[in-house]
Structure formats: structure tokens, C-alpha cells
Write a protein that binds this ligand. Structure first.
Ligand code: GLN
Length: 264
């Protein structure tokens, strides 16, 4: 078996270690003898390349880099990405990436930039004088189908640990939230929602990077990608995640949420 991981604008969008999501997917595949090809989807890549990938990863970016990406991701590229995500290709999109998958992003300085409209959400940066949403975050996954699919993959409650750093405030329209905030700001620091979930696409403010801290999500992405590609039920062999569990327990303890941790 083989998976092609499409990595969006890897030089422009990889803040706070988001490239760790690509490394984590690659490594967890390789430990299971699943071949991986990393496909760089940058400005030079033709739109047709997008159609060939099985998982899509997009990281965060500063406003300036994000604007460059949003201007490049138009026309045929936008149509291909929309078709992939609407068609059920799994993906993980962090911070700046969900902002560009939404309807628009209003930066702290400058003009509103149109997004792809794959996710019915908008993001507004209230201005450079307004404090950013920064810190460790914890949230509980909400989409019932995702929670059900994760149950056999992970011994804990479906709680995500991450780190956020964003100026933009995101407001959801007709799209499911990814999670409910337990600690941190989430989408906007007001309504308690974090991220968004569409078909098999995870949109989140959680850097960390997300997947090494929450490896069950990586496995869900891999399993879903294989099932979509090979059209057959896939059960992934378990990996030894004791170190990840210990790291999670340490973070839960630091955030005074020890009751959420399980280490065995
Ligand atoms: N530019 C966006 C914001 O500040 C995204 C930041 C990020 O990706 N970390 O809201």
C-alpha cells in the first residue's frame, strides 16, 4: 500500500512546527510498511498535481505569507482543492490554512482576502493593537462520526492538546465545529468552539504540532486515506505510543487537567 501526502506551500505555511504533522504521518506509515510519497503543492505545482494526493496537509502562516498563498490558490487550483475535500479526501489544516479554506480573511492591516469557501466560516483580525490568542489549548472533539471512529484507535477520551497563536478570530457558519474548548481561546475566545470539520477534513487552530501530540488523529487520517483509496476496510496495526501518552499526561498535569490523562 502507498499514500501520497500533499503538503501545501511548505516554505510559506509551516509555523510553530506544523511540518511535524507531515513527518508524523510519514513515520507512522513507514512503521507499518505503508510507502509514502511527499508531494509538495507550492506555487510551481500544477493544479493537476492536487488531484493525485491521498491526504492534504496545510500549516499556519504569518499574514504576509498567507496573503501570497491565498492569491496563488485561485482558479483551477482552488477548484481541485475544493473537489478533493468535498469528495472526502482527508486532510489536516492548521491556523492560517483553515482561514484560507473559509469564505474570507480580514487581516489586521490591509484588504479583505477572499478564501476558497470550502468551509463556511469567516475570520477577522481585529487589528494589531488587540492581543493575540496565544497559549496551550485543550479541546474535546465534537463530530460524532469522528469520535466513533477514534474509539478503537485510542484509549483516552477524545481530547486534543495543542498550542495556539493567532490574531484572527474565526466565526462558523453552516459547518460543524471540530471541538469544544476546555482550555484556551479556540476560534474566537467567545463562543467556545474550536476549529471546523468537513467530510474528512480537520481544521484547527492547534499547532503543537497537532499530530505528534495527538497521534490517534494521525492514525485516523491514515486509515481514512487508505480506505478511500483502496475502497476496503482497513485496520491499522497498533504502535507503541507509550512516550506520546506520557507526554500527554505531563501536559495535562501542567494544565491542571490530570483527570483527562490515561497512561496505560
Ligand atoms: N495569520 C493568521 C492569524 O494571525 C494565522 C496565524 C497562524 O497561522 N499561526 O490569525
Amino acid at each position: 500500500m502507498e499514500l501520497r501526502i500533499g503538503w501545501l506551500y511548505h516554505t510559506l505555511m509551516s509555523t510553530y512546527g506544523d511540518r511535524g504533522n507531515v513527518i508524523c504521518l510519514q513515520q507512522r506509515c513507514q512503521w507499518r510498511n505503508i510507502a509514502v510519497e511527499i508531494v509538495r503543492l507550492d506555487q510551481a505545482a500544477p493544479a493537476s498535481l492536487l488531484a493525485t494526493v491521498d491526504i492534504i496537509v496545510g500549516g499556519g502562516a504569518q499574514d504576509r505569507q498567507q496573503e501570497i498563498v491565498m492569491r496563488d490558490l485561485q482558479g483551477e487550483k482552488a477548484a481541485q482543492l475544493r473537489a478533493k475535500l468535498d469528495g472526502g479526501t482527508p486532510g489536516v489544516f492548521t491556523c492560517g490554512s483553515p482561514q484560507l479554506l473559509g469564505n474570507y480573511y480580514e487581516p489586521g492591516v490591509g484588504q479583505r482576502i477572499d478564501g476558497l469557501g470550502v468551509l463556511d466560516l469567516v475570520t477577522k483580525h481585529p487589528g494589531l493593537d488587540t492581543p493575540r490568542c496565544i497559549g496551550n489549548m485543550v479541546f474535546e472533539l465534537q463530530p460524532p462520526e469522528l469520535v466513533a471512529a477514534l474509539k478503537p484507535l485510542w484509549p483516552e477520551a477524545p481530547v486534543i492538546i495543542g498550542f495556539e497563536n493567532h490574531g484572527g478570530r474565526t466565526y462558523l457558519g453552516n459547518v460543524a465545529p471540530l471541538g469544544k474548548v476546555i482550555k484556551g481561546y479556540g476560534n474566537n475566545g467567545e463562543d467556545g468552539w474550536e476549529g471546523a470539520f468537513h467530510r474528512h477534513a480537520i481544521a484547527t487552530y492547534s499547532h503543537g504540532p497537532l499530530l505528534p501530540k495527538n497521534p490517534f488523529l494521525a492514525d485516523w487520517l491514515i486509515q481514512t486515506a487508505l480506505q478511500e483509496k483502496y475502497q476496503t476496510a482497513i485496520e491499522l496495526p497498533k504502535l507503541d505510543d507509550r512516550v506520546a501518552l506520557q507526554a500527554r499526561a505531563a501536559m495535562f498535569a501542567r494544565l491542571e487537567l490530570s483527570s483527562l490523562a490515561k497512561t496505560a
